[in-house]
Write a new protein. Sequence first.
Length: 315
Amino acid sequence: MPPHDPAEPTALFDRRVWRQHRERAARQGCTDFLHAEVATRIIDRLDGVKRQFRTVLDLGSHSGALSRALAGRPGIERVVAAEPAIGFLRLMPARVPRVVADPELLPFRDAGFDLAVSALALHWVGDLPGTLIQLRRALVPDGLLLAAMLGGATLCELRTVLIEAELAETGGAGPRVSPTAELADAASLLQRAGFAMPVADADPIAVAYPDALALMRDLRAMGETNALSARSRTPLRRATLARAAQLYAERFGRPDGRVTASFEVLFLTGWAPAASQPQPLRPGSAQRRLADALGTVEKSAGDRAAPLRPGRNSD
């Protein structure tokens, strides 16, 4: 399954530009508080799994918060960090094996890992079902996937004010914030990719900033700026930025003078299929009748109650 060619009109993201954004973030020091917070929440979910995992893939490892947290856990023998930005891989601890890899094309053999984790990388995948299939194949039978990605409510405030400000200043607006998946679709995507017992849930994270411009600087320092293939190549005008900041403060300001930025984090959990997992019963194989359990009389499909007629009571 080859990665999308940035020159193709159907490619959602420009892979080269996305890597450049991450390299720039790593080079300039990297803001990683959001990735560190999401890594902590992934570890919390892992703590609820009564299993040990020896080999772990950290896909889209960013600055390494998740790899570092996993490398010291009991029972884990090896954590492999996979990341398209070499600058981020250089931030990894020396004991962590590092692989330059794009999440759209995984260079790993089948059944190579007991656990696959990913913190805030999958929303940059154009073909999410394809990547989930590759992750499922990279897991041993009964291996676990724990992934977090940004969801549809992320940066709703910024999206709103940028569109309105650009329309007011230039008469038109291009896509400035990437589209993201909705929670309602997340579990079905896991199931479609062949994962067993898929679960998806969402955590909202609200972050306070001095103003909208500080938020945009942070997004740049995270490597989370616009990499859409259909993005406008024209930078935002100063007047557009000023109007957007004013609108943001007016509509999403806090009593303390700061503004709020919303991040919705979708957590995906799924297991690679295995014969040892619980399986649904075949139709007709039940050992006890539902009517017995409910204390009612079983009726066949043809035994329908007679309809009430005018003048006839229901006693």
